[in-house]
Ligand binder design. Structure first.
Ligand SMILES: [Zn+2]
Length: 90
């Protein structure tokens, strides 16, 4: 785990909470586990609540966004890696 990654995660962690999805979430595309959750990020970069789907085994991989878009992207396996984006911008 890189320093940037740890710092970003620590900064984000207090603002994470479980959210519910009306749509059934597909298993994780990376590890195949079925235990996946929709996570709410409150006040994501000052732009209100954002959502991402994460499995309970992998690190959070999806870039937070609109709830419906996040669920759709997850189920369509179109995942943009949050941590790659955060680390690339440093
Ligand atoms: Zn996974």
């Amino acid at each position: 785990m890189t320093g940037h990654y740890a710092a970003a995660l620590k900064k984000l962690a207090p603002r994470l909470s479980l959210a519910s999805s009306d749509v059934q979430l597909k298993p994780c595309p990376l590890c195949g586990i079925r235990e996946v959750h929709l996570i709410r990020v409150s006040d994501f970069f000052g732009e209100g609540d954002a959502f991402y789907v994460s499995c309970t085994t992998c690190e959070p991989r999806q870039f937070p966004g609109n709830r419906d878009d996040s669920v759709r992207d997850w189920n369509q396996r179109q995942i943009i890696d949050l941590w790659e984006v955060l680390n690339a911008s440093r």
